[in-house]
Design a protein around this ligand. Structure first.
Ligand SMILES: C[S@@+](CC[C@H](N)C(=O)[O-])C[C@H]1O[C@@H](n2cnc3c(N)ncnc32)[C@H](O)[C@@H]1O
Length: 427
């Protein structure tokens, strides 16, 4: 055991030296947790990203080894308080209020004077978060933003942070109930919100306009996180494209292609506003068509060069995912491609299916092969979110290949990236 701990600490020490050397060479300082977030060129260096991932994976694994199992469970089981306290500080503008105060911070009484939250409750919430490195308490009851809390400012990412917030939170309470009685409803979300409708159809209901808008706003982010170079001709259909943020990104690089963005009615309403703001000429001259369309009806665009879905398939259980793939097959020509931009799930342990194109880089022992919370952490969290909201799932490459195989598509290649692209051709 001692040797495992030592191996983990060696991974941390060795990679810290790599990190220090890289910053020294640039004459830069590694950003401090105490300062508000400021992007630096080295943040996005892919080699250093892996170095930082190894450090974080080893540190998390070291903590899990060193702490007693009781302590670990005491940390994990009240995880919902992290969600609700983050939600509260965002709702009540604390990061924005603190951003004006800078390094010297503000007393909770002064924060309370601006947002109306009882200062004694606020102090406890902020202490809970500062204990977990979100905000810092610089003197008793005086709090300031740090690198993490500064990112919660509304100007930057409120919509992203709040997306799915109450939809998922309420569903998560019924998670165990659903898993133990899956025949009771389509998902935990459905039990929690007492509806038989899928979340998307529920968004279309009167009273949920704000939620539908909030979701559409959240999907504008990260639109460039996929390899665009695969599109080189003809008609490209973004199915379930929400406002069409991914198409806007493509349109800027390839303005001569023909694009169709398809989604349910409420999303297309928001899409029209989005295109009016960002590229009105594209819609006016017919380069981009915004079309109301339901996945489970025949695809009106026949023989497109590319049909693509970005982060949609993971919303659906296998039965519906197959129908979506079959509907595209029925509309496709022999040269049409389907491209799915989606997370690819991986096993925590080594995967003996070695021909996978997503084969992982070997990581030093005794790290988890998926790098734990520092690697597949967000993917596994998304998987549970999909399960909670839709009984959907993140799929392994093998599962994607099988999904294609039984619906008339052959998985041709996987282009790695932050959001990998799975390219299928007609079988
Ligand atoms: C996770 S979002 C992804 C949006 C978009 N592809 C993107 O990456 O920004 C899922 C999208 O699928 C749409 N959707 C859900 N059910 C649908 C259906 N039956 N027909 C068409 N679109 C649907 C939703 O309205 C939503 O915009």
């Amino acid at each position: 055991m001692a040797s495992q701990l030592r191996a983990l600490s060696d991974i941390i020490a060795g990679n810290l030296s790599v990190l220090e050397a890289a910053y020294e060479q640039e004459g830069a300082q590694f950003p401090s947790l105490d300062d508000p977030f400021q992007p630096t060129p080295l943040d996005s260096d892919p080699l250093l990203a892996h170095t930082k991932q190894l450090i974080a994976a080893a540190a998390a694994q070291l903590v899990a080894n060193v702490r007693s199992p009781v302590e670990m469970l005491q940390e994990y089981s009240p995880g919902m308080y992290l969600t609700v306290t983050l939600g509260l500080v965002v709702d009540t503008n604390v990061p924005d209020i603190l951003s004006v105060a800078g390094h010297k911070g503000l007393h909770v009484n002064d924060i309370s004077a601006q947002n109306g939250v009882n200062p004694s409750y606020l102090a406890r919430v902020l202490r809970f978060l500062a204990t977990r490195h979100v905000f810092k308490e610089i003197s008793p009851d005086v709090f300031a933003n740090n690198r993490i809390s500064s990112l919660l400012q509304k100007a930057k990412s409120l919509e992203e942070i709040q997306a799915d917030a109450d939809e998922a939170l309420k569903g998560s309470v019924l998670f165990s109930e659903f898993i133990q009685n899956p025949e009771r409803a389509a998902s935990a979300f459905n039990i929690a919100h007492q509806t038989e409708a899928k979340m998307w159809d529920w968004y279309e209901d009167p009273g949920n306009e704000l939620r539908a808008r909030r979701f559409a706003a959240a999907m504008k982010g990260g639109a460039d996180r996929f390899p665009a170079e695969i599109f080189d001709n003809d008609v490209v259909v973004d199915i379930g494209g929400s406002v069409g943020a991914a198409v806007l990104h493509l349109y800027k690089s390839y303005p001569n292609l023909q694009y169709v963005v398809q989604d349910l009615e409420k999303q297309i309403v928001v899409a029209k506003e989005f295109w009016k703001e960002n590229a009105p000429e594209a819609v006016a001259d017919g380069r981009v068509e915004l079309q109301v369309y339901d996945f489970f009806t025949p695809q009106p665009v026949k023989g497109a060069a590319v049909y693509f879905h970005r982060v949609n398939i993971h919303n659906w259980p296998d039965r519906e995912a197959k129908t979506i793939m079959q509907t595209m097959r029925a509309a496709a020509s022999s040269s049409s491609k389907v491209v799915l931009f989606d997370i690819i799930a991986t096993h925590v342990c080594e995967d003996p299916v070695s021909e996978l194109s997503t084969a992982r880089q070997k990581v030093p022992s005794p790290l988890l092969p998926n790098l734990g919370v520092a690697g597949a952490g967000i993917h596994t969290a998304m998987d549970i979110q999909m399960l909670t909201l839709f009984n959907g799932k993140e799929r392994t490459e093998t599962e994607f290949r099988e999904l294609g195989r039984c619906t008339g598509w052959k998985l041709e290649k996987v282009i790695p990236g932050l959001l990998p692209a799975l390219v299928f051709s007609a079988a």
